[in-house]
Ligand binder design. Sequence first.
Ligand code: BTN
Length: 329
Amino acid sequence: MKKAILEKLREKSGSFVSGEELSRTAGVTRSAIWKHIKQLKEEGYDIESISRRGYQLKGEPDTLDAKALEIEIKAKKLIKKIIHFDSIDSTNTQAKILAAQGEVEGTVVIAEEQTEGRGRLGRQWLSPKGTGIWMSMILRPEIEPWEAAKITQVAAAAVAIAIRESTGCQAGIKWPNDIIINGKKVCGILTEMSGELNSVNFVVLGIGMNVNVDKEEFPLELQSIAASIKEFAAETASRKEIVVKILSTFEELYEDFVKNKNIARSIDVCRKYSVTLGRQVRIIQRGSAILGEAMDINDEGELIITNDKGEIQKVVSGEVSVRGITDYI
Ligand code: BTN
């Protein structure tokens, strides 16, 4: 009901829509319309009402609630359902529980706040209320388990494009899963998989983006390496717009990868926006460090480096530090 009213108001944005027209559209009485408009205003929608002229939508809140997102999202081939929490321990944990219970591919779990947000390597992920994008998507790709890491590359490409297009910021990708602006990390990706030796049961793709987190909120040790989009964007960034853009771009690239077995588009984007290629890198793998220069990202999404002995080496995963970026000085 509210969805129909909002859609109508948006369609006629810039002008008034009469109560009569809204009640025809939504199939309810005019007094029911009035009650829904009141609720929408309480939710933060700026709606002007003038007697005999009707209602005009003047502004929308930057909430991530499921209804608002479902209306905006055009990526309907993949995104089947949005589950929004005001507060949750971790959207990845919740998505994994739902996936294990059989929830369909394309279910997105999104929260205003995470109380136990998780980063890679068991780290904590700061997720204060209403200031970031904390979301996880359930995927059931028909791929080999070893290919699941490629989904991180597809997501990194989608996120970089989404930030660039919706905020104008020059987002870069630090292989394999960090999104960087001006040398600072604004977003991380955590891909988790459940499967057998030969088959993927499900993948949970978690994306955490600092959009409006205040600098002082980051723990002291992260203040020099982490940042929020708001520090770099010319205008206030809309979380909703970024989420919608990520999902629609991800859908396109993901379909290409799983249906057409073509990851080239995503890898091209990862190369184009890479902040890793051409730089000195230090990779920590199973406790030991490899030093070298990042040369390329191959079609499998692996990082190709020339190590300090001059040998060419393929890196599939590991903790990567890039000299001059975030934490490798
Ligand atoms: C990293 O860079 O270490 C990855 C961070 C991933 C954080 C996101 S926030 C949404 C989702 N839920 C979690 O608990 N973690 C991921």
